[in-house]
Design a protein around this ligand. Structure first.
Ligand code: SF4
Length: 498
């Protein structure tokens, strides 16, 4: 195993955490087969905590590793196509694409070949080990399940112009957390990988690759200026980057996923379906991993697709087997209903896995949904994001409801709680608009219950998300709406600064 090489975990770069060592396995595009999933399950069982977590880049992460994963096991994983074939570049961020690439009924282009092409390029160009470990790339095919709202350094988003598919180039520039910026550049599909390779090479030209703390791509772009950077890229290319800039209004769909992939959905291939499976907090026990691998092999095309929303799809299921798969999922303790309160619940590692966390996010998130699941009947996913600090590792985009962990001293005791945010804020309001401060963990369940119940009564219609509902009101109005029913419920006496 390599160590001390990268601040970011990888298969070859185990990272210490409070609950043991953490190993992250890159799954380009999130797509893996049953043998690969079983191999990871075996490692999680033998060396780790008996589970794996799907991350927000559709990696799989094994935690609580208390013994070294030996070189033979690593080699077996590589032979199965897991991790990078070149350990020197294994720390680079996983390549993101829509989990429904190739099966999405509305997509403009299947992005899998681009993911594989870039993965192969990385593996065969060891000089890319000089990239920041956070160098992140995304391909969006313009389908229903969009990944355009995910934060990436470089996004290629498919658009249709006069019957022809192009990729619009978006780059991460400006303040941290800002959505990628539209460069106005339209590329033919065959131009994407050469442009990507050149964007990476220009980064390397300006970076001290021996430095442990490498500049983020965004930081370099800010320092050099985006136009200047693109001019330098242009000098290395045999075609013009700027030839198609006469289409400023044809941008990629600005859509958020809203967990539309959860549940049973027809594919673009006639009579085939995919099932989006809910994973509470992205966690899979090893027995579930093996069961899912069996299901994918028995009923589907032996493919499991992990999503950046920390859940997964089983694909290519013939219509007549869909009910059987749903039933066998239930036997594994899994469910595919968008009404499941866990369907859009996200939490970072929290206190057990991260020293920076003020709270035990995962336990609190699970306790919250355990309470809510029998009290609030949802008919669409509500994205609740629980974060142990402002870094917001688990989800970089805005959620419907965000809980930011804090702790304070009260009566000689440390109390854990959360600031609560709703909907969209401006770019300086990373978590949305703050509605409550310092709500103790014990008070969260009843407060969230009332917020969700009020949302269900007051929303315009059932397709309005919680975030959209919240955005229609000033914070004072929302507080008034929630308070009247919260206080009626007998809670609401505690909290600080509310
Ligand atoms: S958001 Fe903060 S507390 Fe949570 S894992 Fe990231 S750094 Fe740790």
């Amino acid at each position: 195993m390599l160590s001390g090489f990268s601040a970011c975990p990888g298969l070859f770069y185990p990272t210490p955490a409070q609950d043991g060592t953490l190993s992250r396995i890159r799954i380009p595009g999130g797509s893996l087969n049953s043998r690969q999933l079983c191999a990871i399950a075996q490692i999680a069982h033998q060396c780790g905590g008996g589970y794996a977590d799907v991350t927000n880049r559709a990696n799989l992460q094994i935690r609580e590793i208390h013994q070294d994963i030996d070189a033979g096991v690593m080699k077996r994983l590589q032979d199965l196509g897991l991790g990078s074939s070149n350990p020197a570049v294994d720390h680079i961020r996983n390549i993101m694409t829509s989990p429904t690439a190739g099966i999405d009924s509305q997509e403009l282009i299947d992005t899998h070949p681009f993911v594989q092409g870039w993965e192969n390029y990385i593996a065969t160009h060891p000089e890319l080990s000089g990239l920041s470990a956070k160098f992140s790339v995304c391909f969006d095919g313009g389908g229903i399940v969009s990944v355009c709202d995910r934060l990436n350094d470089i996004t290629f988003a498919a658009v249709l112009i006069a019957g022809k598919v192009y990729f619009r180039l978006y780059l991460s520039v400006g303040a941290k957390g800002e959505p990628p910026s539209d460069t106005g550049i339209l590329l033919l599909p065959k131009q994407c990988l050469p442009v990507l390779a050149t964007l990476a090479n220009v980064y390397l030209e300006h970076t001290d690759i021996t430095s442990r703390r490498k500049l983020r791509f965004r930081e370099l772009l800010n320092a050099l200026g985006c136009d200047n950077y693109l001019q330098q890229v242009q000098q290395h290319l045999p075609f013009s980057l700027f030839v198609n800039q006469q289409y400023p209004n044809i941008t990629s769909k600005v859509s958020t996923n809203n967990y539309r992939h959860i549940g049973i959905h027809p594919q673009r291939q006639p009579s085939l379906y995919y099932i989006g499976v809910v994973l509470p907090l992205g966690r899979l026990e090893t027995r579930q991993m093996k069961g899912l691998a069996d299901l994918a092999k028995k009923y589907g095309s032996d493919t499991i697709r992990l999503t950046p929303w920390q859940n997964l799809l089983i694909t290519d299921i013939p219509q007549q087997w869909v009910a059987d798969v749903v039933s066998e999922l239930a036997d594994l303790g899994l469910d595919s209903s968008p009404k499941n309160i866990n369907s859009a619940l996200v939490a970072c590692s929290g206190k057990k896995g991260c020293a920076a966390s003020a709270t035990d996010t995962k336990s609190h998130a699970l306790g919250l949904t355990e309470y809510l699941k029998t009290r609030v009947a949802l008919d669409r996913p509500v994205n609740i994001h629980v974060s142990g600090c402002a870094k917001s590792c688990a989800q970089h985009s805005k959620s419907d409801i965000a809980l930011l962990g804090i702790s304070w001293e009260e009566n000689n005791r440390t109390t854990e709680g959360y600031h609560i945010y709703v909907g969209n804020g401006d770019c300086n309001q990373k978590f949305g608009r703050e509605i409550y401060q310092s709500v103790a963990v014990a008070e969260l369940p009843t407060l969230l219950e009332q917020m969700l119940k009020v949302y269900k009564i007051q929303r315009i219609n059932s397709s309005e998300s919680f975030g959209e509902f919240a955005n229609r009101y000033a914070i004072a109005q929302l507080k008034h709406l929630f308070a009247s029913s919260w206080q009626r419920s007998g809670s609401g006496a505690g909290g600080r600064g509310r």
